[in-house]
Design a protein around this ligand. Sequence first.
Ligand code: GSH
Length: 250
Amino acid sequence: MGELNPRNLPRSGAKPDEDFMAEYLLVSFKTCPWVQRSAISLREKNTPFEFRHIERDNRPDWFLAISPHRKVPVLRVDDSVSLFESGAINEYLDETIAPRLHPEDPVQRAINRAWTDYVPTFAEHVTGVAYADDEAAGKSCLDKIPVAFERLERALEKQGAGPLFNGAKYSLVDAAYAPFLQRYFFLDRIRPIGQIAKYPRLKAWADTLMKRPSTHSFPEAEFEQLYRENVKRRKKWLSQFIADVAVAAE
Ligand SMILES: N[C@@H](CCC(=O)N[C@@H](CS)C(=O)NCC(=O)O)C(=O)O
């Protein structure tokens, strides 16, 4: 296995003083929201980890050997176990590292898990416009945003006062939604969508999460620029509204 061991490979861009052996290695594409969800959990648990960014179009052999679906994130633990799927990774982290982000109450835990299960649908509705081929498809994606927002608004109403999903205590639900709420704001700044202001609880929750340091893997402006470059590079309908970035050919 030596050759496929990610530790044996030179780390691009690593400075000598960063060259530590982390117990946790999180393999990522820089702008992947699912990776971000696991990175957030590690940061909320104050757990140091090595962030290893690979390129979507050039996935190394060592990565393909440890990622059954060829997707990121993969969390390599103690250089011996490779976990995949951000939801499973976060459950594992929560079972093994304090502080617990799941609530103690089993009913609340079930509710939290249920809302975390809604994330893929929420993501598809809220960020689908970035993948639309033309204006009609774009408009039909945008029409789905209020459905997702309304559901979360109602869920937050039942949860109570905020500012986080479970009130004062950070949970895995916060970690799961933060990357997609952040992308809504990015999209809204590419071409105004103007939906979130209609959902005051959701807006307050999103604002709280955007201010939370754990949400951010990179400086915010730099990350938004990377996101815009990705959208522009896709050459979909929304790309035309990004005039201000030069996108390097891949
Ligand atoms: N359900 C997965 C989704 C992960 C995912 O879709 N990752 C994307 C990057 S953001 C990926 O690796 N895509 C590569 C591919 O589909 O080949 C999770 O939660 O980890």
